[in-house]
Each structure stands twice: as C-alpha cells, then as structure tokens.
Design a protein around this ligand. Structure first.
Ligand code: ADP
Ligand code: GLC
Length: 480
C-alpha cells in the first residue's frame, strides 16, 4: 500500500480559497487519510492566513532557498487537521498580498514556492512515496525533483501525479524565467522541454512531461483536452502522455456541505424534511428585497463571472428570460462586462433579479439551499463543484453538456422521471434558453416530476469515497 502522499497546491480549504481547487485540497486529503496513509499538504502562507490563522500554527523549520535569482529564507509552520498535516510556507514579500494570483512576478513567487517545497523535504528528511501536484503553480515539481534535486536518491525515487484542474491557466512566462525563477539550465528551453510558443516556457508543460501520471477532474474533460477545441494549445503535449492520462471526478466534502446540519441556513433540511427548504427560499427573498413568494421558481448562481462559466449566453438572453415568472439570485464577481450587465438588471428588475457582487461563503450556502434551479451554462468545465453542491441541496442544475457537467448531471427524462437536472448541448444562447423554458415548464406544470428530480439529485452519491479509492489505485499502480 502507498504509505505517504504529499499534496502541493496553491490554495486549499479551510485556509484559503478562490475556486474549486481549494474545495478539492480541503477534502480529498482527509478522505485519503482515512485509508491509513500518511497524507500531508503544502500551501503558501497568504496574507489572509497570516491574519486569521497564523497564531494557531506551530513553527516547524527555517531554511534557505536558492534557485536562479532567488536567494532567500523560507519559514515553515504547520497544523494537523482531520488526520492531515498541513505545512505553510511563509515568505512575507511574496505571499502576504491581497490577492493569490495575477501578479507580474508570479513566475518568481511560484518558482520559489516549488523550490521551498523540495527544500522542506530535505529539511525534514521526509521523502514521500508520492507527490501529488495541482495545476501550473506546482506543476514544475516533478521536473525539479528529477533534475535540480536529482543528486539525492530520495528525490529520484519519488513518484509524481499531476492533476490538471483548469488547462486554461498554464503558467506561461518569458524564457528567461527558466533560469531566473526556476534556476534551470537554458538547455531545457533550447531542446524544447520547457519551451511553449516561440520564446516562452510553461510550468504546466513541465509537469505534463515529467509526472508519472497526469490526471484531470472528469473523464469527459480528460478526452476534451486532447482536442483542438479544449486543448488550449497543450493538446499535442498531452497527446504524448495519452497512456498516462486519465480522469477522476471530484467529490464534495459531506462535512461542510450537509443541508441537515448547515449552520448558515435559515432552516436546515433533508430529503425527509424537504418542505423546510422553502423557509430558506423565503429568507433569501427577504434578504434581497425580492417579493416573498414560495411558488415562484428561484434560480441561483454562485460562480466566478467569467467567459469559462458561460455567462455571455446568459447576458444575451436575460431580457427574454426575465419575462417569465422567475426570480434570480446571483453571487459572484469577475469580468466587468458581466458584472455591469448584472448590476443593470438588478436595478431594472428589482423584483426579479438580485445580484451580490463579490465572494461570500455564507451567502453561497444560503443560495444553494434556497434555489430551485442552479444555473451553470459553462463553455468548458473540468469538473465543477457547484453543480454537485446544488444537487446535494436540492437545487436542480441547468448545465451545458461539457466536461464534468456532462459526467455528473443526469438529464431529465420526462417519460420516466429520471434525471438530476437539465442539460443543453451546443453553444448557442437559444439552446440554453430552450432548456431554461423547459425547466420552468417542468417546475410549474409537472411538480410531481420536479419532486422526483429533487429526490434523485439529493440522493446521488457525490462524495469522495469512490474517487479517493481511484486515486489510491493510481498511486498504487506507480509505486508497487
Ligand atoms: P471553479 O473552481 O472553476 O471556480 P467550481 O465549480 O469547481 O468552479 O468551484 C467553485 C467553488 O467556489 C464552489 O465551491 C462555489 O460554491 C465557490 N464559489 C464560487 N464563487 C463564489 C462566490 N462568489 N462566493 C462564494 N463562493 C463561491
Ligand atoms: C477548476 C475547474 C473546475 C473544477 C475545479 C476543481 O477550478 O474550473 O471545473 O471543479 O478546478 O477541480
């Protein structure tokens, strides 16, 4: 059996979150730990954590990190939670900033983070069987272990899994960062290993080439990323790893997402007490100044407001969609065009359209609990956590047939009442609009069907149990 597994990631609950990656890092390791494995996680110590959590952490070790132009010290703190040891790498200048990503020196910040992680293993004399890295921020670790740190046999023996959560972000930087941020020989650019486009490098590419296994977060996305449409110019690199590429679908944390015990809700509810879901709807309507009406369908959105999430389709059709008997409650922030449109409708249709611009954990729980329909028309979706939570909370997802949405939402079949949501294919706003009309028609005219779908959705297994087992099998296949 695989004994020790180290996760390295750029965000993770309950400490820091910008999206679904944090949900995964906050829940998969603790599920794996239940198997008896030694599971640890390394995260950067961001400003929010320095303010909220630092006091609680134990000091572990300090050491120097040298790579290219980087010569500095790292301090490491830790905390054990649910059987998982979390390490936090502190560097005030690099990580104690308002945002997590999007800075001009991200190559340098995450170059440092990856080296600091390797050096942590040396400092602790702890060499796990598996290092499981996530997305571009940590994807260069397999490469570093097998080149820069290969002077030690312990590093050479570690096996690596890279999980791609979102191929749209690839850590692409000017070629000089190969030396300046990773401390690696320019030869790796010249021979094409690190090169991406003519004069750039990609951290994600290094991970794809050097990891033993590459996974992504659903089967469909694992196939999609090999195509020109979804491959983000990485499809040929991924094609080289065809036999080592697979999809393992995400689960959600049942301790956090439990509608029967959720303290954020106006009234907790379960399938047996489904009528109590209504109290959450009425409370949310009151909170947003919408008419309190238990019979009007409430459509929820909790999302980053970006092109990926398909909101341009919604923007195109909102004037028509709002003519129906409907209420929308939208939570999110992102691209200005989408935010501005939603702000416009909030003022133009105060009885029908509510918009909270920002990030709000508590409100997210309340929207999932209050909504009848959950809107998620993503253009691409590696897995998607939101539709899983929505189903668990009895809100039927309306999704586009792509990636993890295709693998997790079972379309409504009017003839046998099967299904857990509503699904459209193609990319037209009209197709989305038709399924929206169909969902409303079902809600108003086939309430018994709606009830059945809610029961199907709430009882669907979206836990980590089987996917954690799939990861353990994958680790086993490369360590045996
Ligand atoms: P992605 O990671 O691409 O943003 P996912 O569906 O995998 O999409 O995960 C999104 C996660 O972030 C979900 O847990 C969702 O509830 C949460 N989330 C997204 N936007 C917000 C927001 N504005 N406020 C609170 N939680 C949010
Ligand atoms: C990314 C993807 C999302 C996925 C999440 C966690 O943010 O956009 O689809 O659920 O990672 O794997």
């Amino acid at each position: 059996m695989t004994q020790s597994i180290l996760f390295v990631a750029s965000e993770g609950l309950p400490y820091i979150k910008s999206g679904g990656l944090a949900d995964v890092i906050g829940s998969l390791p603790k599920e794996l730990a239940k198997s008896g494995a030694d599971v640890r996680v390394v995260l950067p110590l961001y400003k929010k954590m320095a303010i909220n959590d630092h006091e609680r952490f134990d000091y572990v070790v300090s050491y120097d990190v040298n790579a290219g132009n980087i010569h500095t010290m790292a301090n490491v703190y830790s905390e054990v939670r649910d059987g998982v040891t979390f390490y936090f790498i502190e560097h005030r200048d690099m990580f104690e900033r308002d945002e997590l990503y999007g800075y001009g020196d991200d190559a340098y910040r995450f170059g440092f983070f990856q080296h600091a992680t390797c050096r942590l293993l040396e400092a602790l004399s702890y060499f796990p069987d598996i290092i499981h890295t996530h997305d571009w921020h940590t994807a260069a670790i397999p490469f570093l272990c097998r080149t820069f740190y290969s002077y030690r046999e312990e590093f050479r023996k570690i096996k690596h899994v890279l999980t791609i959560h979102n191929l749209a972000f690839q850590g692409v930087f000017p070629e000089h960062e190969l030396w300046a941020s990773l401390g690696m020989n320019y030869g790796y650019f010249l021979d094409g290993t690190a090169r991406f486009y003519n004069d750039q490098i990609s951290y994600m590419k290094l991970g794809i080439l050097y990891a033993d296994k590459v996974t992504t977060v659903s089967n469909t996305y694992a196939q999609e990323i090999l195509t020109d449409e979804f491959g983000e110019n990485m499809q040929y690199v991924l094609g080289l790893r065809y036999f080592d590429l697979s999809g393992i679908v995400n689960g959600i944390d049942y301790d956090v997402w439990n509608s029967e015990t959720d303290e954020a809700l106006a009234k907790p509810f379960g399938l047996d007490t489904i009528e109590d879901k209504l109290a959450n709807k009425l409370a949310l309507q009151a909170q947003f100044g919408l008419p309190q009406d238990k019979d009007t369908i409430l459509v929820g959105v909790v999302s980053r407001l970006t092109w990926q999430k398909g909101f341009y389709l919604m923007v195109e059709k909102l004037p028509e969609m709002l003519q129906a008997r409907v209420q929308f409650v939208v939570l999110g922030n992102g691209e200005a065009n989408i935010e501005n449109t939603f702000n416009y409708y909030k003022h133009a249709y105060p009885d029908k359209f509510a918009f909270y611009q920002g990030y709000n954990e508590t409100l997210a729980h309340q929207i999932y609990a209050a909504s009848d329909l959950f809107f998620m028309p993503s253009m691409f979706e590696p897995c998607g956590i939101s539709q899983l939570i929505a189903m668990r909370y009895g809100a039927l997802p309306l999704v586009r047939e792509t990636g993890g949405l295709k693998d997790t939402v079972w379309p409504y079949n009017q003839f046998n009442q099967e299904g857990t949501g509503f699904v459209f294919s193609g990319k037209s706003a009209d197709a989305m609009r038709m399924v929206y009309d169909y969902a409303l028609d079902t809600y108003y005219n086939r309430p018994e069907d709606w009830k059945t779908l809610v029961a199907n959705a709430m009882t669907k297994d979206v836990s980590w149990e089987s996917s954690a087992k799939a990861y353990l099998d994958l680790y086993q296949s490369i360590t045996h």
